[in-house]
Design a binder for this molecule. Structure first.
Ligand code: GRF
Length: 207
C-alpha cells in the first residue's frame, strides 16, 4: 500500500470532506489529509478542517469568477507539493482548473460530481436530471482536466429518482452516495490498484 497524502480543495459546506475525514479516522491509516484550501473565506469546509486540527487555508482567488488567477493556482500547487500531497481531491470546488495544478499533479487530481457523467455536467446537476425526467441519476468520481466535469471517469454510483422528489431531496440522496463513493475511490488509490472504468466500477446504491 502506498501512503496517500491528500490536498483538498473546496468552496462549500464540506460534507464530502467530512465523509473522507471520518472514513480515514475510522479505518484508514494509509491516508492522511495534509492541507485544505478554499477560495471562499467563510466556507464550511475550512471550519470543519480546523475543528479536526487539519491545516486549512483561505486563498483569495483573484479577479475571475470561474477560474483561479494563474498565480493562485500555482501557489496552491506549491503549497500542496510542500505539504507532501500526492493526490488532490476536489470536494465541492466551484472553479475550473486551468493548468498549473494539473501539470504539477498529472493524473492525480480527482473530483466528484452529482450526476452520472457524461450526463449533466455543470451546475445543479441533480436539478438537470430531475427536469429531464430521469428515473436514475447518481454521482461520478473522475479525473480533472481543463474542461467542466469532462475528465476520464473513475467510478460512479447510481441513485434512484422518485416521483415525489424535489431538487433538495434528490440532492441529499445523491450526497449520501457521494459520501460512500469518494472514500471508496481514494481507497483504490491507497491500494495502488490498477483499475479502469468498467461496468464493475459502477456501483448501485440502494438508498
Ligand atoms: C457535491 O455535491 C459535489 O458533487 C459537487 O459539489 C458538492 C459539494 O458538496 N462537486 P460538499 O461541500 O462536499 O458538501
Amino acid at each position: 500500500m502506498n501512503k496517500i497524502i491528500l490536498g483538498v480543495l473546496g468552496s462549500g459546506k464540506g460534507s464530502n470532506f467530512r465523509a473522507i475525514a471520518d472514513w480515514i479516522q475510522l479505518k484508514n491509516e494509509k491516508v492522511e489529509i495534509a492541507l485544505v484550501v478554499s477560495d471562499v473565506q467563510d466556507a464550511g469546509i475550512l471550519e470543519l478542517a480546523r475543528s479536526r486540527r487539519i491545516p486549512a487555508m483561505y486563498l483569495p482567488p483573484g479577479k475571475f469568477k470561474t477560474k483561479l488567477e494563474p498565480e493562485v493556482e500555482s501557489q496552491i500547487a506549491k503549497l500542496f507539493k510542500e505539504a507532501g500531497v500526492n493526490l488532490v481531491v476536489l470536494a465541492g470546488f466551484m472553479r475550473i482548473l486551468k493548468g498549473p495544478l494539473l501539470e504539477a499533479f498529472p493524473k492525480r487530481v480527482i473530483n466528484i460530481h452529482p450526476s452520472l457523467l457524461p450526463k449533466y455536467p455543470g451546475l445543479e446537476a441533480w436539478k438537470q436530471a430531475l427536469n429531464a425526467g430521469e428515473t436514475v441519476t447518481g454521482c461520478t468520481v473522475h479525473y480533472v482536466d481543463e474542461g467542466i466535469d469532462s475528465g476520464e471517469i473513475i467510478a460512479s454510483a447510481e441513485v434512484n429518482v422518485y416521483g415525489n422528489d424535489t431538487p433538495g431531496s434528490l440532492h441529499a440522496r445523491i450526497q449520501e452516495a457521494e459520501h460512500v463513493l469518494y472514500p471508496m475511490v481514494i481507497d483504490w488509490f491507497a491500494k495502488g490498484e490498477d483499475w479502469q472504468y468498467s461496468e464493475e466500477t459502477q456501483i448501485t446504491q440502494d438508498l
